[in-house]
Design a protein around this ligand. Structure first.
Ligand code: ADP
Length: 153
């Protein structure tokens, strides 16, 4: 009998967990929203990353806390600059899908040095992605706590 070690069992288990088990709801703003509105949304919704969508509600970009801080250092009024101008834009957005393994997403967050990813689905008509969720370092921290508590996951 060659039994698996406890760490092997834990490692095998971790590798089966998908994004859908640990996702959060996405907080989305329109490209035409002002930087001021984006800052307000970030406070009210208590998130660190906003996903930006176009008129067809497809993902067009991401705005982080530091993107908004940087924009706030500029000379222009925050009410007149649209987030579409300061966001990180598609196709440079790292996305994931609900059935992706969470361990692969954790690796992506590290290599790309970002806090979170939008969870997306291809739109049925036309091109682009619809945003269905959000996965962040906080979700991955929850997973770690559940593992330590030996909760059924
Ligand atoms: P902060 O900038 O507040 O530290 P992040 O580390 O998440 O937050 O973001 C760093 C930069 O990467 C920002 O310019 C942001 O727009 C961009 N960014 C954040 N998430 C993504 C993503 N999923 N794909 C591509 N770029 C992203």
């Amino acid at each position: 009998y060659t039994g698996k070690s406890n760490t092997q069992i834990l490692s095998d288990k971790v590798k089966t967990i998908t994004v859908d088990h640990y996702k959060s709801r996405p907080v989305v703003v329109n490209e035409s929203s002002s930087v001021y509105e984006a800052i307000t949304t970030m406070f009210l919704e208590d998130v660190g990353t906003l996903f930006v969508v176009d008129k067809l509600a497809t993902l067009s970009g991401v705005v982080s806390r530091k993107d908004l801080l940087r924009a706030s250092l500029g000379q222009q009024s925050l009410e007149t600059i649209p987030v579409g101008v300061i966001m990180t834009r598609m196709p440079n957005i790292t996305v994931c899908h609900g059935d992706d393994f969470i361990i692969d997403i954790a690796k992506k967050l590290i290599t790309k040095q970002i806090d979170g990813l939008p969870i997306v689905k291809k739109v049925t008509h036309g091109s682009g992605y619809e945003v269905t969720g959000r996965i962040t370092k906080t979700n991955i921290t929850s997973l770690l706590v559940d593992l330590a508590n030996n909760e059924s996951i």
